[in-house]
Each structure stands twice: as C-alpha cells, then as structure tokens.
Design a protein around this ligand. Structure first.
Ligand code: FIX
Ligand code: ZN
Length: 418
C-alpha cells in the first residue's frame, strides 16, 4: 500500500468531496443478485418491459390502479409494462425507490426520463449488440463482478450449466439451498430421497452437492429462511444444515449465507410480489456461528428491527459477516441508518450493500442510489475523526472504501484480489 500518510486531508469540505468521489468510482463486486450472463438465454433479463414488471413495481401498481392481480397476470409482458408505466409514471409521480430507480436508469443510459412515450423508450432498448449493452451497464454501475443465485434443484438451469462451457467471468455462482431446506418433503419426493434424512440420504446429498460444486464453482452456499427460523428446532431443516450443509461448507471451504426474515406468499395473488417480512430470532444465528467456528457465515436480515442486533452478533463472532440492505431495506432512509450503526459498531468490517438485481439495468440505479448514501454515512464517520483531532488521508479512504465495496467479500470467500 502507498504511504498511508499520503495526501492527508484536514478540511471538512475537501474531505466530503474526496469521499464522495472515491465511493462513486470504486469498482464493486455485487455479492447477491438474480442476474444471469447472456449464455443463459431467457434467464438473462434486461430491457424496459422487464424493468417495469419487476415485482417491486408490480406490488406498488395494485395500490394505484384499479386492475386486479388476475387481470394483470392475464396480460402479456408488454401490456403489463404499459399498465405499470401509465399508473406509476404518468398518472402518478415516480417517487418510490423502485420507481425513481427507473428514472435513474433512463437518465444514465441517455434516455430522456421526462417523456410519457413508453414506445419511444422501448426503441432505445432495442440494442443490437447485447454483449456491448452488458459491458455498458457494468461500466456505468461500476460493477466489476456479480454473484448469481443458482438453484441446483432446477433442472432447466442445471441443463444450461452442463452444456455451457466458459461463462462470462464477471458472473460467479452461489449455490442456493432453499428447495432442500425450506421444502424438503417436496424435494425429497421429486429427487427420490428418504424424507427421514437417513445416513444414506445424507451421503447421496453430499455427493450431489460435490458434483454441483464441481460444475458451478460457487463462491458460497445460501438460503433464504423464514422469520421463525429456529436452529434449536428438531426438524428436517436443521438436520440437513448440520449433516449436509455444514460438512459441505467445511470440505469445500465455502461460506454459508443466511438471509433471514422473509414470509413467503403473504399475499399469494401477487405471486413474486406477494412476500412479506418478519423479525427473525438472532439466537439462531448466534447458535450456528458458535456451533461452527470453523465455518464462515454471511448474513442479512429482512427486518429493520434485526439490524442492530445483527451488528452486535457480528461483534461476538468473527466468522460472521453482515451484508447488504436487503429488499424492503434497500431504501435511502434505511440504508443510511443501517450503514451508520454498522460503522459505529463494526468499523469497516462489513459488506454495506448488494443489489438483488433481477434485471440487468437495475445495477445502475441500485448502486448509484446506495453509493450516495454510504458515502454520506462514511463522511460523517471521518468528520468525527477530524473533530477528534485525527486527519485522514486519501490513501486511507481508498483502502477503507475498497474493503467495503469488494475487499471484505473477496477475502471472506477467498476470491483473489484483482
Ligand atoms: O430470496 C431472495 O434471494 C430474495 O432476494 C428474493 O426472493 C426477492 O424476490 C428479491 O429479489 C428481493 O429483492
Ligand atoms: Zn435475492
């Protein structure tokens, strides 16, 4: 590292500008998304119709338009996008984070966001060169790499892995365990496992995951867990975590990411827009970290009420890395609160954000909006340092910001530093 004392700053105005610039420019690795590379064909989503029918906006549509979910689902994709555009962007002002995100995307791509003409916008998205468009979006968003969400129990997806050779190196895999851990009965039946998680089943599952890991080369394993996840419960999920996931994590040195607090299908009529939130019990995370000190855990909670205690838990377990402001928390007011309490309790030893992007161009708004908020929180911490008599150098700021936006994740999952 350069001389850490180089370019020391003692003026608050200069310091604020410097922090904003460094955070705006730092390349980031987006460690949880639902994106796929172009090689995955129809799974790789982009364009204005996919952006407008994102489930965040669909949920907001039903609050503003007379259309029922049934009527909406019977429409074609572009007709759904027409309804969303008219209701949330023409008849109402796009003030929600998800709606404002579309405006940010349009503006960043050089498309006039003041138009009402969705067809004119569609023309701009008819980019002849998809690969170039991917490069452009990654560049605008300053995203160097993304981590996907890969379901080893989805035969359509695993078939693509089998036939696709070299993947776009910017896309890393993450092995998603939801179907095994949250729907074991169905999965056991579908894949002819013994529902009672016998020794034979454990061996079969371990071997299945060994093969999937060899094929996908994931950076971590992950699961989204309901708010009532209780690691002390005597159930199939915990048996599978203890007998299959933990040994696999050890053998392959793979971290396990727990995403806790989702209540699936609170309103099933809204389909993927119908999930809700519930406060999780931090005891279960503490238990799994304590039981497995040699396994690394990434963790994010969906409830705002879990955030402070997640910071406290991370102070107790160095094998625990909090990450992101997930889903309903991915709003500037809450990102600000969460980032500030993380800086106060954890210094720079956390991962401030992931995008959860499902559609390529969402990288643009999810990262530009978050960078602005994280920079403001980080500046306030540096300003307190200044007021305490300690000046800060640009080299130190670059070191800290690089840790937050890529280094902490790369080190935690063992990805080489670029
Ligand atoms: O479980 C997850 O990975 C969640 O992020 C998704 O289920 C959710 O629909 C989402 O994309 C939230 O941003
Ligand atoms: Zn997700």
């Amino acid at each position: 590292m350069e001389n850490p004392q180089a370019n020391r700053i003692s003026d608050p105005i200069e310091l604020r500008q410097c922090v904003q610039n460094i955070v705006a420019e730092v390349p980031t690795i987006d460690m949880h998304t639902h994106l796929y590379p172009l090689e995955f064909g129809g799974l790789s989503l982009s364009g204005i119709d996919e952006l407008l029918t994102y489930h965040y906006l669909v949920a907001e549509l039903f609050r503003s338009a007379a259309i029922t979910p049934e009527e909406f689902w019977n429409l074609k994709k572009h007709e759904q996008a027409d309804v969303v555009w008219r209701s949330l962007f023409v008849e109402n002002t796009p003030l929600s984070e998800a709606a404002l995100g579309i405006i940010t995307i349009l503006n960043s791509l050089g498309i006039d966001p003041n138009t009402d003409d969705l067809d004119a916008i569609r023309d701009h998205f008819r980019s002849p060169n998809k690969a170039e468009h991917v490069n452009r979006v990654f560049e605008i968003a300053r995203v160097s790499e993304v981590v996907m969400t890969n379901d080893p129990f989805d035969s359509a997806e695993t078939a693509i892995w089998d036939k696709t050779g070299k993947l776009d190196r910017r896309f890393h895999a993450a092995l998603r365990m939801d179907r095994m851990l949250n729907d074991w009965k169905t999965t056991a039946r579908e894949f002819s496992y013994d529902e009672n998680v016998s020794g034979k089943t454990v061996t079969k599952l371990r071997s299945f995951f060994d093969d999937q890991i060899a094929s996908m080369k994931p950076l971590y394993m992950a699961v989204s867990l309901p708010d009532d996840f209780d690691h002390a419960a005597k159930d199939a999920r915990n048996l599978l975590i203890r007998e299959v996931v933990m040994p696999t994590a050890r053998e392959h040195s793979l971290p396990f990411a727990l995403m806790v607090g989702v209540r699936r299908g609170v309103n099933p009529a809204l389909r993927s827009a119908g999930d809700g939130v519930g406060k999780g019990d931090m005891r279960s995370l503490e238990m799994i970290c304590a039981e497995n000190p040699d396994v690394k855990f990434l963790a994010t909670y969906l409830s705002r009420e879990n955030q402070h205690e997640l910071c406290v838990a991370a102070r107790k377990f160095s094998n625990l890395m909090p990450f992101g402001c997930w889903w309903f928390l991915n709003n500037p007011s809450i990102i600000s609160e969460i980032t500030r309490e993380r800086l106060e309790l954890l210094g720079t030893s956390f991962i401030p954000q992931h995008s959860d992007a499902r559609v390529l161009e969402q990288l643009i708004y999810k990262w530009s909006h978050s960078r602005r908020v994280v920079a403001a929180a980080l500046y306030d911490s540096y300003e307190r340092l200044l007021l305490a008599g300690r000046v800060i150098s640009t080299v130190e700021i670059e070191r800290d910001v690089t840790k937050l936006f890529s280094g902490n994740f790369r080190n935690f999952v063992g990805l080489g530093l670029v």
